[in-house]
Design a protein around this ligand. Structure first.
Ligand code: HEC
Length: 152
């Protein structure tokens, strides 16, 4: 009778343990994979923006982007995963942990810009999409300039 309660509790515990067991290298690998996927979304949408094509097919990409940046993004940057840590291939600058509020503000700015871009995409208005795409792209730079090391 109570076994399913116990089962749920144990599943929850297993989940918590699994989350803790993620090594810094795995955390970095996952966040970089996610960010590369975000970059691919932006490239695909740039085509639409430049040609003023029908933006409605971009809605699905934007759902993925709003979820990625809007939910748990900052948690992908736990202490100890900055550039310069032995064994880690990352461009995350130590400045992130020196000013977490600014990092969070940049994350929120991008989430808002992407939400507005999703609205424009769903409306089917190509000009509105083009303008909102510019804004979204600029919001990425607001975080990258202070918090991401240049590529080598
Ligand atoms: C709040 C901060 C923040 C925002 C907002 C942000 N990024 Fe980044 N991004 C980073 C950091 C930090 C890294 C470096 C991550 C690492 O190397 O561990 C990065 C890395 C990347 C990478 C390189 C991934 C790789 O390692 O190959 C891409 C692509 C990328 N971001 C795309 C975007 C796009 C597109 C946007 C806007 C839609 C965006 N980012 C918004 C912080 C941010």
């Amino acid at each position: 009778m109570k076994s399913w309660v116990l089962g749920l509790a144990m599943a929850g515990l297993a989940g918590a343990v699994a989350a803790q067991a993620q090594s810094p290298a795995q955390v970095v690998q996952e966040r970089r994979e996610g960010l590369r996927r975000m970059g691919a979304h932006m490239e695909a949408m740039q085509q639409i923006a430049q040609t003023r094509g029908d933006p409605r097919p971009a809605v699905q990409r934007l759902d993925d982007m709003v979820a990625f940046f809007g939910t748990g993004f900052v948690q992908r940057f736990p202490a100890g995963t900055q550039q310069g840590t032995a064994g880690l291939e990352t461009r995350a600058l130590p400045a992130i942990w020196g000013d977490l509020p600014a990092f969070e503000r940049a994350q929120q700015g991008t989430t808002q810009a992407l939400t507005a871009l999703r609205t424009a995409a769903a409306s089917g208005d190509a000009a509105a999409f083009q303008a909102a795409f510019q804004n979204a792209g600029q919001s990425c730079g607001v975080c990258h300039r202070p918090f991401r090391a240049p590529a080598r």
